[in-house]
Design a protein around this ligand. Structure first.
Ligand code: SF4
Length: 468
């Protein structure tokens, strides 16, 4: 075994960038080892990735872009849709060739060798799948490339109910407090509650600790305001995720947003580990969907009362070219995403291209899209977002408007936000907006009223859904 391990290390290292994770996925990742990603992502790029450089380690390219490019060249893009499992850490650092040999002898060495010379692609892939699929998709995971519609009737949350009823919804974000006092948090919730369908509570955004999203959701529930729990993969283990979900469900929290989370690179020092060590956002969706629809924990234990969940994901439509980005969105929907809240959008035409790609994949009807809108505060803020934040593009015309606005920049930013809402609200596939004003809740209210999106309904949780 030691000899096999050394040989594998010597051959696969230089050829594929192999890190000997012991959970080989090379077949699905165009023969480039995804473990080269500083975050250790195994299901696609993070929201901060761009074609130029890795967002965590700027000295290198994003390994997932390299994987996408190679997969496209090899005609293996469909392979990127398979939901790949988290690591089985028991295998880390061990060889995988021994397992391949054992699986080949199960399938039949002659059959496998014969497949090397078969020209028929389908037959060849059938034999190869019989060898490699059980290795990369252990029974406890059983990932695939299929769409799994939610296995429940009706709706589980007020947000889902409104979206299902075709209402153009507004969600917003309230920043959790820095201290243990909830006075300001309660004030902020009360300001926006009458105007939005649900309130997101961020999970240590910018990798800086604050009051947990879970605690804020509890406060929100006590004020009868519908919360959205955000969970960043950065800070979660598989065990912690499942425990938290069962716990918050008991509190009445149904809406969950699974995100990768900002890298510790932009967080305070001393810097913590850069790697997303245990599970990525796509794996979180897969685990939570199976908890809800199949009533099982990842380890196979059954639950008598599975959690009720409306599962969401984040997306950054301009992070990659629309074709690549659409693969990422499709994968999240297949894993379990029922709605998306997007990164900040300032370019309605670019958004249209992204929506068209989703439509080509027939996925617009499978998830609700809430477009991220934020009023610009100043020309400086516009420059920062455009030049320093991956995935955000501000068109030149808009930049000029902000520059010319001078002392009236705040008002101009609100006018731009209103123009954006007006131009995106009739686009096919858009179900609402996710308004982010970063601590300016009075502006959230102003924009909603001026955009004519104020409805009689609000973020109140109906009595029959109350469980807090
Ligand atoms: S951390 Fe993000 S940008 Fe860097 S390689 Fe990984 S997916 Fe790409």
């Amino acid at each position: 075994m030691r000899l096999l391990e050394m040989t594998e290390r010597l051959v696969k290292g230089p050829l594929f960038g192999c890190r000997m994770c012991g959970n080989c996925l090379l077949q699905e990742t165009a023969f480039i080892c995804p473990m080269e990603c500083p975050k250790g992502l195994r299901n696609g790029p993070c929201g901060g990735s761009t074609s130029e450089k890795c967002y965590v380690d700027e000295t290198r390219k994003c390994v997932w872009y390299e994987i996408f490019k190679r997969a496209k060249k090899m005609g293996r893009e469909d392979k990127l849709l398979e939901i790949l499992p988290p690591m089985d850490w028991d295998k880390a650092g061990t060889e995988t060739w021994g397992e391949v040999v054992r699986q080949i002898s199960k399938v039949g060495a002659r059959k496998f060798t014969g497949s090397l010379f078969i020209k028929n692609k389908e037959k060849k892939s059938e034999v190869w799948e019989s060898v490699f699929r059980p290795l990369r998709q252990p029974e406890w995971w059983n990932g695939d490339s299929e769409y799994h519609p939610p296995a429940y009737e009706g709706t589980v949350s007020e947000l889902e109910k409104r979206l299902k009823n075709g209402e153009f919804v507004v969600t917003t974000e309230v920043t959790p407090p820095l201290s243990a006092s909830t006075n300001k948090l309660k004030e902020d919730i009360e300001i926006v509650k009458p105007y939005v369908a649900a309130i997101n509570f961020t999970d240590n955004s910018s990798a800086s600790p604050r009051m947990s999203s879970m605690a804020c959701c509890k406060v929100s529930g006590e004020l009868n305001a519908e919360p959205v729990l955000q969970i960043a993969a950065r800070d979660k283990t598989r065990c912690g995720l499942q425990a938290e979900i069962v716990g918050v469900n008991e509190m009445g929290v149904r809406n969950v947003l699974c995100i990768s989370g900002d890298s510790a690179r932009i967080g305070p020092s001393p810097m913590s580990n850069l790697s997303i060590l245990d599970i990525d956002s796509i794996q979180m969706l897969w685990i939570l969907r199976r908890m809800r629809d199949e009533g099982i924990y990842l380890d196979g234990r059954k639950m008598k009362f599975p959690p009720k969940l409306f599962l969401g994901a984040a997306t950054s439509p301009f992070a990659a070219e629309p074709v690549l980005q659409a693969i990422r969105e499709q994968k999240k929907i297949n894993a379990g995403a029922q709605y998306f809240q997007t990164n900040l959008i300032f370019d309605p035409d670019g958004l249209e291209k992204w929506l068209e790609e989703l439509d080509k994949k027939d996925i617009l009807s499978k998830a609700y899209i809430l477009v991220g809108i934020s009023p610009l505060k100043s020309f400086k803020m516009a420059q920062y977002l455009h030049f320093d934040v991956p995935g955000i593009t501000i068109p030149e015309k808009m930049m000029n408007r902000m520059e010319k606005a001078g002392d009236s920049a705040l008002e101009e930013g609100i006018t731009i936000a209103l123009d954006l809402i007006d131009s995106i609200k009739r686009k096919k596939g858009v179900s609402g907006i996710h308004l982010m004003t970063f601590g300016r809740e009075d502006i959230t209210k102003k924009i909603i009223i001026e955009a004519g999106l104020e409805t009689k309904k609000n973020a109140l949780i109906p009595d029959d859904d109350k469980n807090v």
